[in-house]
Design a protein around this ligand. Structure first.
Ligand code: BT5
Length: 263
């Protein structure tokens, strides 16, 4: 049933192949298995429910049935020069923002590096995983989870950051297959332009907390604190530290400076 709706909804997109599961551990794991078994470029794995959905650093991603979008798109890196692999997370987040804006009129931002926020709460997350053979990437798996209905939003005490869903932000029901289609469409439209300056501009325009004071936890001692200026050309975050020094950060966890903290 859902597989048929899905196939109809995606039928005009140039996808390599599609697999739909009512329930699965993680769509990223399935896409990786399929990649190793020879799945083509732009193969899509989609699940109604994930029982072992993953975020970064082994964190959990919650996808209960019937209430969210959880999918993984497989990209064969022949057409993607290695430096561009680092832009795939942003590509996923940007595609979600564009689909929300153009398809539903809902504004959203990218919380660097991989979250999509609406109304200051997390509405979607992106997890990119690369499969390597020696030092050669053989597949990139771009996994995206989007909360659609309120059942998809975990309880606050399970979260590192407040969450929301598309229907709560819009105040009306949403056709999730149409949103999936719009997201894939945006993703496929930007994929050939991943190396362009336009891509960086589109990403930077949607960056959350620009001009605000943030803390970035790099896992290396105390968090760095500074004003968020924007992005470097390699996608690193550019901060102005209280000393005036400009610092680029390649990886980390971003937070707004806690209220009441004075500099
Ligand atoms: C992410 O990680 O945000 C990446 C999420 C990627 C999920 C997709 S779904 C399809 C594909 N298959 C997978 O197995 N994964 C991908 P991170 O930034 O590390 O955030 C994880 C944290 O988000 C968790 O520790 C929770 O605090 C929170 N979280 C978990 N489920 C959530 C949800 N549904 N909505 C909002 N926050 C959630």
């Amino acid at each position: 049933m859902q597989a048929t709706i899905l196939e109809q909804s995606l039928s005009t997109l140039p996808l390599g192949a599609t697999r739909f599961f009512d329930s699965i551990g993680s769509t990223n794991d399935e896409a990786l298995r399929w990649a190793r078994a020879g799945a083509p470029h732009l193969a899509l794995v989609m699940a109604d429910e994930q029982t072992a959905g993953r975020g970064r650093l082994g964190r959990r991603w919650y996808t209960p049935p019937g209430s969210a979008l959880a999918f993984s798109l497989l990209l064969r890196p022949e057409s993607l020069p290695a430096p561009l692999l680092t832009r795939l997370t942003a590509l996923g987040a940007l595609a979600v923002c564009i689909a929300l804006q153009e398809h539903l009129g809902l504004a959203s931002q990218i919380k660097w590096p991989n979250d999509v926020l609406a109304g200051g709460r997390k509405l979607a997350g992106v997890l990119v995983e690369i499969d390597w053979q020696g030092d050669r990437p053989t597949a990139a798996i771009l996994g995206i989870g989007i909360n659609i209905a309120s059942e998809s939003v975990p309880a606050d005490n399970e979260l590192m950051f407040p969450a929301t869903c598309v229907e709560a932000e819009l105040g009306s029901p949403v056709d999730r297959w149409a949103l999936l289609r719009a997201t894939l469409q945006a993703l496929l439209a930007w994929l050939p332009r991943l190396a362009s300056a336009d891509f960086l501009t589109a990403w930077e325009r949607r960056l959350a907390y620009r001009g605000e004071t943030v803390q970035v936890f790099t896992g290396d001692g105390l968090p760095l604190e500074g004003r968020l200026l924007g992005l470097e050309t390699d996608g690193a975050l550019r901060l102005r530290l209280p000393t005036g020094e400009i610092q680029s950060i390649q990886a980390g966890e971003l937070h707004l400076r806690p209220a009441g903290f004075s500099q």
